[in-house]
Design a protein around this ligand. Structure first.
Ligand code: ZN
Length: 202
C-alpha cells in the first residue's frame, strides 16, 4: 500500500506558512513504514526539534484504478477517517531552502498516524467538520467545504500519475493551526463530534 498526501490544500494553512496557493495539487508520498495505527503512541524522534501535527481528513481507496474521471471518482473511496501528517518542520525548511525533496521531513517512520475509519455514507463529504485537540484545547478546526481541491478532483488528479490500489490512503491536506508537539502531549482528532484518533506523544 502507499500513502498519498496533499500539501497546501487549505488557503488559511498555506498562508500561515507563507506559501503561495497551489495552481495544481501538490502531491507527496509516504511509504507503508510511515503508518502509525491503533492509537499507538508517537515516539518523538531525536532528529528534529520542531515536529508539527497536521490533522487531515483521510480517504481509504476501495478499488484499483488509474486515470479516473472526476465524475466516477467517488466510487473509488468508501471510507473516511482522520490522520496526522507528522512533519519535521525544521528539516522541511532546510529542504525547501535548498530546493531538495521533503522525504526526511515528511515520510519518516510513524509519520502517518491514522485512526478509525467510518463509511462515507455517514457524512456530508462536501462539508465535514473536524477538529484537533492538543491537551484538551482545540488547536485546529477544519471544514472540507474550504478545500482548494476537493476529494473527487484529487482522486482524478493523483490517478493520472499513479495507479490507485485498494487500501491506499489519501491525506487531503491540513487547515490552519499547525504547531509543535512536545513529549507528554495528548492529541485527539474529532470528526463531526466523533473521536476517531487518539495519540499520545512519548
Ligand atoms: Zn499535511
Amino acid at each position: 500500500m502507499k500513502i498519498f498526501c496533499i500539501g497546501r490544500n487549505y488557503r488559511d494553512h498555506a498562508l500561515e506558512l507563507n506559501n503561495p496557493l497551489p495552481e495544481v495539487p501538490l502531491i507527496f508520498m509516504k511509504p507503508a513504514t510511515a503508518l502509525l495505527t491503533d492509537n499507538k503512541p508517537f515516539y518523538h524522534p531525536d532528529f528534529s526539534n520542531n515536529i508539527h501535527y497536521e490533522l487531515e481528513v483521510v480517504l481509504k481507496i476501495s478499488k484499483n484504478g488509474k486515470q479516473i474521471d472526476q465524475k466516477f471518482a467517488s466510487a473509488y473511496y468508501d471510507q473516511i477517517g482522520l490522520g496526522i501528517d507528522f512533519t519535521a518542520r525544521d528539516l522541511q525548511d532546510q529542504c525547501k531552502d535548498k530546493g531538495h525533496p521533503w522525504e526526511i521531513a515528511k515520510s519518516f517512520d510513524y509519520s502517518a498516524a491514522i485512526g478509525k475509519f467510518i463509511p462515507v455514507t455517514e457524512v456530508d463529504l462536501d462539508s465535514i467538520k473536524f477538529q484537533m485537540k492538543q491537551n484538551d484545547k482545540i488547536v485546529q478546526q477544519g471544514d472540507t467545504k474550504d478545500l482548494i481541491f476537493d476529494f473527487d478532483y484529487l482522486i482524478s488528479y493523483v490517478s493520472k500519475y499513479f495507479t490507485l490500489q485498494q487500501g491506499d490512503l489519501l491525506f487531503t491536506g491540513t487547515p490552519a493551526g499547525v504547531a509543535k508537539i512536545s513529549i507528554g502531549d495528548h492529541l485527539e482528532g474529532i470528526l463531526e463530534g466523533n473521536k476517531l484518533l487518539d495519540c499520545k506523544i512519548k
